[in-house]
Design a protein around this ligand. Structure first.
Ligand SMILES: [Zn+2]
Length: 411
């Protein structure tokens, strides 16, 4: 098995802190930063990590040029299986129209009309974007089919790209069930769960005005848990509401958005294992007030950052953009934002095998042409990523076509 040495690393972020936590600067300590380090990759895993001068010989070498190496980003919230274009809706919103959840239905119409290959091509293109921008673990939700066959198709296509597939049949009630919401809930928790469970690990519910109310969300989460599926909730995005409390009460892995929180919501999140996943791309794309990450962090909640990539409200695949927004608009330190975009996302997916650089762990790595991770927020909108390795495979640098495009390092 061929080995790869990555050396000349000016700064290595491991998310594996060494020694006791300092009284101040804990967020930076938590990143487990090392200087003058090297890494050896073998068989998709980190085989060795230590001071550059003591690195073992390897078959191939990558010179990081004094730049920064990070764990690959973990994007725990993305909607990548859809058809159609909503750029006109975005332009109208920027011209003053407010966002409402009903815009989802226009994507539902286009998605139902698309072929499998058309949906697969959209997802593949977005996955290629994600990987080029440094994301190596990502979740994909369904939610633009809203029939048993269309939701199953979306979950099946999503499963071609990731193990983290989420059934979001509870995105909105489709138009044909507008007068029979109970009928749609029965369809969702019966035949739709059965059809999608072979592909989906998670069930998500959009609990907000225009989507699903408290009683409906409670029933959906209870039924999903009974079916043995993990839980996620779109909560408190459009206004205050019961989403966060329900997510925590049902032991959901994450409550996502968390834009409008009461003190009680913040308290129950801090006392729970439910991760508060913040999605600043959605506030950016809807010109809305950002969630206050500082309030959650100071209370002791676990925070993740994700893109919420979707055609309606947050059409970005860029975790570096989300980090910059979190720092500038949500009062996170750069260290906290990077931690939330890596190990925080891993926690939101209940994964402990990604989001860190440790010996024996998956070689999911990002190299930056910058001397510090701080440049991710300090240089917003600038593509600093010089290399990405996904399970030890080099992802194609620079713009490419559809498909993640893997290539080997050269000796
Ligand atoms: Zn979403």
């Amino acid at each position: 098995m061929r080995t790869l040495l990555i050396d000349q690393i000016g700064m290595l972020v491991t998310n594996d802190p060494q020694g006791p936590a300092p009284p101040t600067g804990r967020d930076e300590w938590a990143l487990g930063v090392r200087t003058d380090a090297a890494i050896v990759v073998e068989g998709g895993r980190i085989a060795w990590l230590g001071p550059a001068g003591t690195a073992p010989a390897a078959d191939q070498r990558h010179d990081a040029g004094g730049g920064t190496v990070l764990p690959g980003f973990v994007d725990s919230h993305a909607h990548l299986v859809f058809a159609g274009d909503r750029s006109a809706e975005f332009a109208a919103r920027m011209a003053g129209q407010p966002y409402a959840a009903g815009g989802i239905r226009s994507t539902v119409t286009a998605t139902r009309a698309a072929s499998d290959d058309q949906l697969r091509a959209v997802a593949a293109g977005l996955v290629a974007e994600l990987v080029r921008s440094g994301t190596t673990t990502f979740e994909i939700k369904s939610g633009y089919g809203l029939t048993v066959a269309d939701e199953q198709r979306a979950c099946r296509i999503a499963a071609e790209f990731t193990d983290e597939v989420t059934l979001l049949g509870a995105h909105v009630v489709p138009a044909e069930y507008a007068a029979d919401r109970t009928g749609y809930l029965d369809l969702l928790t019966g035949p739709m769960f059965d059809a999608c469970q072979p592909y989906a690990r998670w069930v998500d519910v959009f609990c907000d005005r225009g989507a699903f109310d408290a009683v409906e969300t409670h029933v959906l989460l209870e039924q999903a848990a009974t079916a043995g599926m993990g839980l996620r909730v779109h909560a408190n995005q459009l206004g205050p509401g019961p989403g966060v409390a329900l997510a925590v009460a049902h032991g959901a892995a994450s409550a996502d958005h968390c834009t409008h929180l009461s003190d009680t919501d913040v308290g129950v999140l801090a006392d729970s294992s439910t991760v508060a996943t913040l999605l600043p791309g959605a506030e950016f794309g809807t010109r809305s007030t950002y969630p206050d990450a500082r309030r959650l962090l100071d209370a002791g909640a676990t925070v993740a950052l994700a893109t919420d990539c979707n055609p309606g409200t947050s059409f970005t695949t860029s975790m570096p953009l989300c980090i910059a927004l979190a720092v500038r608009e949500m009062r996170m330190t750069v260290a906290e934002a990077l931690g939330a975009a890596t190990v925080g996302g891993a926690r939101a997916l209940r994964r402990d095998d990604v989001g860190r650089i440790t010996v024996g762990g998956s070689a999911d790595l990002v190299a930056l042409a910058a001397p510090s991770y701080v440049h991710l927020a300090y240089r917003p909108g600038v593509d600093l990523i010089s290399a990405v390795w996904w399970a030890g495979q080099r992802a194609r640098p620079g713009p490419g076509g559809h498909g993640a495009g893997l290539e080997r390092d050269h000796g």
